[in-house]
Design a protein around this ligand. Structure first.
Ligand code: SF4
Ligand code: SF4
Length: 106
């Protein structure tokens, strides 16, 4: 996914072409993930992506977080394996648009 393809969604504030506002963040227990993808579709601003090249020790791809999390907790509510801890920032953070670490991009 390129940044240009990220759909608009409520609660996501793209501040300019190169940065985005995050109202929350996650701790992701990647080893607990079984790669079911439920969280990917559940995230309203579409800021979760599955790894493509990196697997956990059980052989599953797992989600990584891009900038723009709203802290809505939809991912933690839908995940059957309690992979996510969600934290809301007291003050929103403006950060560069990010890319998953294992995803080389143009
Ligand atoms: S809390 Fe989870 S579902 Fe909500 S925006 Fe952040 S990553 Fe997406
Ligand atoms: S919903 Fe939970 S188990 Fe399924 S891919 Fe997302 S983090 Fe992994």
């Amino acid at each position: 996914m390129t940044t240009a393809s990220r759909p608009d969604a409520a609660g996501v504030g793209e501040t300019d072409a190169g940065s985005i506002m995050s109202r929350g963040t996650l701790v992701i227990d990647t080893e607990a993930c079984k790669g079911c993808w439920l969280c990917i579709d559940a995230c309203p601003p579409r800021v979760l992506e599955m790894t493509t090249h990196t697997l956990n020790s059980r052989g599953y791809r797992y989600p990584v977080l891009l900038a723009g999390c709203t802290g809505c907790r939809a991912c933690s509510q839908i995940c059957p394996d309690f992979v996510f801890q969600v934290f809301k920032y007291e003050t929103p953070v403006i950060a560069p648009l990010t890319m998953p670490a294992d995803e080389p991009r143009p």
